[in-house]
Write a protein that binds this ligand. Structure first.
Ligand code: AMP
Length: 449
């Protein structure tokens, strides 16, 4: 790993680092520094706590020449007001021996205050997308001079619904600029943003810090479909002594809702859900109930769960296999903390097998597969996404050929299938509502009680 001396920092930066007492650059700092300095677009996959703020600020400040220009040259977009304040503070600490003008703007305060501040001029502007766009619309700010754009925590930004504002901001920027992006999790939306706006970016991915993999016992089950995953999860979670505090990761908000709906009838008083479409109050309550132990189970999506500081999680379930292997690392890193052993259980369907293999490749570790428990029912019910496309196309054709009366029956049959959700809940409730007494091994290897 590089030392700060090898980074070829300017004297003011080196002095600031010395004051901070940092001994050496973090991995993301060592890797991002030369890339950002070279002017190339960059995508960094790194969590908060890895030193990512300085990873982009160090090379940016190293490159920034003194100027009296009013319009900013560097724009840093972050999702929340808190993060604006944090990044402003970190940048000011780093630029303490420089004459760099740093300004933070965010939603909340009267926009006139920000208009006045912007008019005084700055070099680095740190902003939330909404307030930034309002400032541009009010003609107080021009983005034409921006030659470096940083989007930090882009996954959170998109999850909070800032996609439209981001697009508007991209439209206002000049083509000639360097794009830098940091995200803790990869999502399809993040990927799409990169493909649309970045030019052959260098990708830097930092393994999750904190939890050593040795502290986590990992197992997996091959499961044919969503509703069989529900059955398996319900079966395992029935064991309250083994599964004390369980975080269940699902790939999308919709699937999270679907899973919650299916499980609620069984674990109604001990299960919570959290994702960005839930109101802030609901989310706060979900976290409190889970943290206090009132709820034993919390269903969550990747992006929302990342920001949660949750302790003592006994098991992490990967209800869906993440299609970006780094996300798996983030997920399982939520257990096995503070020297305690954690357990991770992954469910994968045949379609998700390749994603599982990508995870194993990243870890250089093959996750042991456990046999599918015999007492768990294999569901034949399929979600809309799981239904074979060919069959659907064919049923349209059949509808066309069969006379109206019969076609109507055909449709009723189809509707019945789609309504299975309700009856499914009843089936599973009947099956698991009373504590099960059947034996069988939990993935942790402990005999179920
Ligand atoms: P971040 O990931 O940007 O939120 O940074 C997390 C924390 O790490 C911040 O409080 C930084 O001050 C600190 N930090 C950043 N770089 C280093 C470093 N090279 N050595 C020690 N701490 C650092």
């Amino acid at each position: 790993m590089l030392s700060f001396d090898q980074l070829n920092l300017s004297t003011p930066l080196r002095n600031a680092i010395e004051d901070l007492g940092f001994e050496k650059p973090t991995p993301i700092q060592s890797e991002a520094f030369p890339v950002i300095l070279s002017g190339r677009d960059m995508v960094g996959i790194a969590q908060t706590g890895t030193g990512k703020t300085f990873a982009y600020m160090l090379p940016i400040l190293r490159d920034l020449k003194f100027s009296k220009q009013v319009s900013p040259r560097v724009l840093v977009l972050v999702p929340t007001r808190e993060l604006v304040m944090q990044v402003v503070e970190q940048t000011e600490t780093l630029a303490k021996y420089m004459s760099t003008r740093v300004l933070g703007v965010y939603g909340g305060p009267n926009i006139k205050v920000h208009m006045a501040e912007v008019a005084m001029g700055c070099d680095i502007l740190i902003a939330t997308p909404g307030r930034l766009y309002d400032l541009v619309l009010s003609r107080s700010l021009s983005l034409k001079t921006i030659n470096k754009l940083v989007i930090d925590e882009v996954d959170v930004m998109l999850d909070l619904g800032f996609r439209f504002q981001l697009q508007n901001i991209f439209d206002l920027l000049t083509e000639k600029r360097q794009n830098i992006m940091f995200s803790a999790t990869m999502t399809d939306e993040v990927d799409e943003l990169i493909n649309t706006h970045f030019i052959t970016p260098a990708k830097i991915s930092i393994a999750v810090s904190g939890t050593p993999l040795e502290n986590i016992e990992q197992v997996c089950f091959e499961v044919p479909n969503f509703y069989t995953k529900v059955n398996l999860l319900a079966n395992l979670l029935d064991d309250k002594h083994e599964y004390k505090k369980v975080l269940v990761f699902v790939s999308t908000k919709r699937r999270a809702d679907l899973l919650f709906e299916a499980m609620e009838s069984v674990f109604g008083t001990s299960i919570g859900i959290i994702h960005s479409d839930k109101t802030q109050n609901y989310r706060i309550r979900s976290i409190e109930d889970f943290d206090s132990g009132k709820n034993r189970i919390l269903i969550a999506t990747d992006v929302i769960a990342r920001g949660l500081d949750l302790d003592q999680i006994s098991h992490v379930f990967n209800f869906d296999t993440p299609n970006y292997p780094e996300n798996y690392m983030h997920r399982i890193g939520r257990t096995g903390r503070a020297e305690k052993m954690g357990k991770s259980i992954l469910f994968y369907t045949p379609t998700e097998q390749k994603d599982k293999e990508a995870i194993e490749e990243l870890m250089v570790y093959e996750i042991p597969t456990l046999p599918f428990p015999e007492d768990v029912e294999v569901s034949r019910q399929l979600t809309a996404e799981e239904r074979p496309k060919v069959e659907e196309a064919l049923s349209h054709k059949i509808n066309k050929i069969i006379p109206p009366g019969e076609a109507f029956h055909e449709k009723k049959e189809k509707n019945k299938k789609e309504n299975l959700g309700g009856s499914y809940k009843r089936t599973i409730a009947a099956k698991y509502k009373k504590p099960q007494r059947k034996g069988g091994k939990s993935p942790g290897g402990t005999k179920r009680k």
